[in-house]
Design a protein around this ligand. Structure first.
Ligand code: SF4
Length: 328
């Protein structure tokens, strides 16, 4: 597969305060993530709050530099692409449209701002392009000179989408783009994103804690746990036949439409581990009901499955050598 965007063994750690009178500690937010997307793919990234998916999104956008590893677009390291070139090709849509829109600017000036930064067209031409894009995302022209505070959450997210697309990027990184919206508006925004993907030949990375949303929109899914990808597969395969015990638990969970709750309790017994003190061996072993004797000491690598090279899983249950320990 020719990759439009790929992450190669991406790592990002932060030094954080662990508390009063305690030495600062290292938090490994993203650990050895390798992903590839072909043009037109929609990669859904799922996992509980704190699993590293938003840090990964910022790394793909070039907003958070990697501690090690690279992100490439068409084979070019984004760290070597200029900021202007990168923002021309990759754009974000974030969770909270209100905080990402300048409250003192008019809607049309927010949408035309990227064109201004890139020196495209005259002021009149930029306004015309912005108006065209606002119309395309379903925002009537009468709102053009309003400020973001005069719009509803769904309308603000339409403005954020128009701003992301006005430069005709190839890749859009959507970080929980519907989770701050009312349930009734979420479907409209998702459908809009799907239509725009077709129309503008877009490739999406779509981060969400809502599995139903990911199932609806994604062509492929990557499941993250404590900064690592633990399973990746085509969407249909993953939802029909989840392999990793964590993915199985996610799919068995009852999803809630309430925003801000993340993935609800999945009957896993223990809460999400402290990322500052990740478990040894398989990071999921303290919560795993299928763990083997070696799981607390040996970390399973993410490996392609025999018989389904498009799916990868990081679990000893699927390593050829583990069959003996399962059967014995
Ligand atoms: Fe469970 Fe072991 Fe697989 Fe980890 S490696 S998910 S602990 S069975």
């Amino acid at each position: 597969m020719t990759a439009l965007i790929q992450a190669n063994d991406l790592n990002r750690s932060f030094t954080v305060n662990a508390g009063m009178f305690k030495p600062r500690q290292t938090l490994h937010a993203v650990n050895g993530v390798t992903l590839k997307l072909a043009r037109g793919d929609v990669l859904g990234i799922v996992g509980e709050s704190g699993c590293g998916k938003s840090t990964l999104a910022r790394m793909l956008l070039g907003l958070t530099p990697a501690s090690s590893g690279t992100v490439e677009i068409d084979g070019q390291d984004i760290a070597k692409l200029g900021r202007r070139e990168l923002t021309r090709r990759v754009q974000p849509v974030f969770q909270d449209p209100y905080s990402s829109l300048n409250p003192r600017k008019s809607i049309v000036s927010i949408v035309s701002f990227p064109l201004e930064v890139h020196g495209i067209g005259t002021a009149a031409e930029r306004r015309a392009k912005a108006m065209e894009m606002l119309e395309r995302v379903g925002l009537p022209a009468r709102y053009a000179d309003n400020s973001p505070g005069q719009l509803s959450g769904g309308q603000r997210q339409r403005v954020a989408i128009a701003r992301a697309l006005v430069m005709k990027p190839e890749i859009v990184i959507c970080d929980e783009p519907t989770s701050a919206l009312d349930v009734s508006v979420q479907a409209q925004i998702l459908n809009l994103l799907m239509e725009l993907r077709q129309e503008f030949d877009l490739t999406y990375v779509f981060i969400s804690h809502n599995l139903a949303v990911v199932q609806h929109i994604a062509t492929h899914v990557a499941v993250m746990y404590l900064g690592r990808v633990v399973e990746t597969a085509a969407t249909e395969t993953l939802f029909k036949q989840p392999r990793h015990p964590y993915t199985q638990a996610l799919l068995a969970s009852v999803l809630t439409p309430e925003t801000g709750l993340g993935i609800p309790d999945m009957g896993l017994g223990l809460s999400f581990p402290d990322p500052l003190h990740p478990p040894t061996g398989c990071p999921f072993h303290p919560r795993c009901k299928q763990r083997l004797a070696s799981c607390d000491s040996l970390r399973p690598p993410l490996a392609a499955l025999a018989g389904d090279a498009s799916a990868q899983v990081a679990c000893h249950l699927y390593a050829p050598t583990s069959q003996e320990s399962i059967l014995s």
